[in-house]
Design a protein around this ligand. Structure first.
Ligand code: SF4
Length: 379
């Protein structure tokens, strides 16, 4: 297939779903976690769960970069925005995620702090160039896909001789999060979350390749199929997982071969390795402290590190008690299990991060009406 429409062909999708139904063993269930928010979005948008056999269950994972950032780091970004001469900039979704006391960057901006939305890391560098008397902090978030652009921005700031450009680094790593889920008591001991296989990330894998997932397949005996974000990609990945599970195989397979190789993007990986090093541990919303799951800026680039320039608070702050984002990100609950879903919490009035980002499970369910058969929202 060559064109995007072909990956969205409804008739082909129905045929693929029917073949999954024929191949799936009716005597068992299949619980498949889609790690990525992009897959969650595709599954909701195209109603894929409606055409899959009843014994194939999709479990949402923690692969939404905005969702997994804990409250403490949002509070820290708001704190940074309050420092003298600071312009804090970040991507649009981050502005609306509630921190503690329901304060968000957007509300902090309304209260007078200089907080701006940027579309790219290079916009942030331009902001620093245009405002030499101010200190510009880029609030960097995201998985392996958005880390190389942050590295490029630091390199560019260095080449331009900028001394007023800083990065508040919150880049996180996919493989560590998958390991944390597989090691969680819900999966390992209690069996409350059943996971028979993973749909591996699309964009992340274009950078890191398929090789890092081989460890999970071998060590945890779970098949992984890397898939693109189109509906036929997801259905094809489900069929590949069902086949592996039926055969008792635990391999890494690559459905997204049009963009992903085993070794990934060597140039991007070397740029990231030059600029960043592993943190010993990093807090994730829903997953808690995850060892070696995030990056910090290396000493050689310390002049651009906001956490070295300021004594940034490192507090762990509890989530809103009523918000079930944490459990949703671990695959323990679904958006409709949250009492606030569609009542108090909507995209216009998000109570948690999963309702803010387009990749968040709550926002995907809300936007594409995945609640309609189960719960009628009042808003
Ligand atoms: S519906 Fe809102 S409050 Fe409930 S889990 Fe989702 S984001 Fe949190």
């Amino acid at each position: 297939m060559k064109y995007i429409d072909e990956y969205r062909d409804g008739e082909l999708a129905r045929q693929l779903a029917a073949s999954i139904g024929q191949e799936a063993d009716s005597a068992r269930t299949y619980h498949l976690m889609e790690f990525c928010g992009g897959h969650t979005h595709a599954i909701s948008r195209y109603g894929l769960e409606d055409i899959l056999p009843a014994n194939v269950h999709m479990v949402h994972g923690p692969g939404c970069p905005v969702c997994v950032l804990p409250v403490g780091r949002i509070d820290a970004a708001i704190w940074l925005a309050g420092q003298a001469d600071v312009i804090l900039c970040t991507y649009g979704d981050m502005l609306r995620v509630p921190g503690s006391k329901r304060l968000s960057l957007l509300k902090a901006k309304a209260e007078g702090r200089d907080i701006r939305m940027v579309y790219s890391t290079l916009d942030a560098v331009k902001l620093a160039q245009a405002n030499p008397a101010r200190r510009v902090v880029f609030f960097a978030i995201g998985f392996e896909t958005t880390t190389p652009p942050t590295a490029v921005a630091i390199k560019q700031a260095q080449a331009l001789g900028l001394t007023n450009f800083f990065v508040f680094c919150n880049h996180v790593l996919t493989p560590s999060a998958i390991a944390q889920i597989l090691d969680s008591p819900e999966v390992r001991e209690l069996g409350t979350v059943k996971l028979d296989g993973f749909i591996g990330p699309a964009h992340v894998s274009t950078i890191i390749g398929s090789q890092p997932y081989e460890y999970f397949a071998e060590e945890y005996q779970r098949p992984v199929v890397i898939a693109g974000f189109e509906p036929l990609d997801v259905l094809q990945a489900v069929r590949m997982l069902v086949r592996q599970i039926n055969d008792g195989r635990f391999a890494v397979e690559n459905e997204f071969s049009r963009a992903v190789t085993r070794d990934g993007n060597a140039k991007a990986k070397s740029l990231v390795a030059d600029m960043f090093e592993l943190r010993k541990a990093f807090e994730w919303r829903g997953l808690g402290l995850v060892p070696y799951s995030a990056l910090r800026i290396k000493h050689a680039y310390a002049a651009f590190d906001a956490e070295r320039h300021w004594d940034v608070p490192q507090d762990s702050v509890a989530d809103n008690k009523a918000c079930e984002c944490g459990a949703i990100l671990r695959g323990v609950k679904k958006p409709i299990d949250c009492k606030l879903f569609g009542t108090i919490c909507t995209p216009e009035n998000p109570m948690g991060s999963c309702m803010v980002s387009a990749e968040g499970a709550c926002a995907a369910h809300w936007t594409y009406g995945r609640f309609r058969d189960t719960k009628a929202p009042t808003a």
